[in-house]
Design a protein. Sequence first.
Length: 395
Amino acid sequence: MKLAIVGVGQAGGKILDNLIEYDDTRNTGFVGHAVAVNSAKSDLNGLDRVPRENRLLVGQSIVEGHGTGTDPGTGQRCVREDIHEITDVISRVPASSLDAFLMIAGLGGGTGSGGAPVIADRLAEVYAEPIYGLGILPASDEGGIYNRNAANSLQRFVDATDSVLLFDNGSARTGGETLSEGYAEINDEIAARFGTLFSAGEMEALSGNVAESVVDSSEIINTLGTSGLTTIGYASEPIQTDDDSGGLLSRLLGSDDSPEFESAGSDPNQIVSLVRRAALGELTLPCAIDSTSRALLIVSGPPDHLSRKGIDKARDWLEGETDCREVRAGDYPLPGEDRIAALVALSGVTDVPRIEEMQSLAADSEAAAATRKDESEDEFEELLEYGDEDGEEPA
């Protein structure tokens, strides 16, 4: 699937950088064009792979290159000020060579949460291709202001795009690492999951390995649909060799220096097990999977380990669990890989506890802010009254 990708804000730019790295190292070819937009000059300078001519500093007359300070309203103004320049840089690649546009933004900050919907709205006016969003939700413990920003900006992001793919930082945090290490690991995981999804339709043309059931851009587009939220599940495990399993027969007959892979066709349940793990425990946005409207299953690995029977069984299981008859499935042959992996895209999900929690945290944060404002005003009035009683001019 060939994409023009726009990373907006600090998180959006870093994730875009990681997606380009994923694309370059695997030669998958899904990044057709890459543009980074930010109001902070230091964030743009910190990028490694986005071409310098495609890094846009916006809102200089408003924030002078210092960022928005987690204020989405200011982020929106910064992007609106330079929306024509942004559109011009995005349009350097002909739309005829693209399948879709992808906007990436952290929804808890300022530039991304405020500016990404503005760019998406503009692209929707100009182009007929789908406009997708990749939104990063703050963890519940990242603070009230970030959850409030995310709750307020998510609806605008949904309204401005054809579909929003979400990643919840809280679902990926493992603990024990520094904050910067934690975010770096999360960004790598985001690149791996969404890179696998979007590159699936490109690999055949580049590698010459024909899948039994091809997943192309139309399958992804039909799954994502024209509205709603999407979550991605991913699980993988190494392919066992005779040495890994202790191979009694191998030891009796003498083992080779380069052990042979076991036949995949003999164990279709391995694929079913991976799909269950991906859908039930490894989602980018945990949800009740029976609220799914459309689903896509992609199984990747060495061609001789992609069991057709296993994929069919996994699709049947996914149809039953989601109570959804619009389930697409295919294989993604990757010669030389030593792992087999399953990716599940669940689109149009509606039962999402994290979003309900985020909205509650946002409401609590707004109520607390209003209370603090009232208390501050009361204390200030009391201070002025005290000055009047002493016969002094208030300071």
